[in-house]
Design a protein around this ligand. Sequence first.
Ligand SMILES: Nc1ncnc2c1ncn2[C@@H]1O[C@H](COP(=O)(O)OP(=O)(O)OP(=O)(O)O)[C@@H](O)[C@H]1O
Length: 136
Amino acid sequence: MASQNRPQKPQVGKNHSFWQSWLHAWNGLKTVVIEERNMRTHLVLGAVALLVGWWCDLSVNQWLWLCLAIFLVMLCEINNTIAENICDLITGPHYHPLAKKVKDIAAGAVVFSAAFAVLVGVILFGPIIWHWLMVR
Ligand SMILES: Nc1ncnc2c1ncn2[C@@H]1O[C@H](COP(=O)(O)OP(=O)(O)OP(=O)(O)O)[C@@H](O)[C@H]1O
């Protein structure tokens, strides 16, 4: 019983099982969603794009492009969060030109992937929505 009252030692070593690795990875994803407003925005926009895709009855290939675009934006946002946290860990509250460089480049990657997503959205949905507007 005494061992139950002992405070848990924070883990710094390797994971002992696949389940433990998965749990930490899941916690990491939850952290990005909870802490990053931009990630929540990407999630909402991604869900809207999926709904519009369903409404437009996309082909398998079109679904693949749409999913690629959504996943790329989220992947870049996750990497952006990693870069921000590593910079904050190293610099603390202090300004450092390299931290600025890293954070700005990581943010640039998000914008780049978002531009790809917009392009995919225009190519996939543009003609369908245009046709829908014309026949009404
Ligand atoms: N330690 C630092 N040294 C230099 N510049 C910094 C530092 N911390 C932040 N910045 C600058 O402030 C910007 C915002 O940094 P912050 O870590 O607050 O990101 P954020 O507001 O979460 O950004 P995003 O909207 O990309 O998620 C960075 O892109 C960078 O230009």
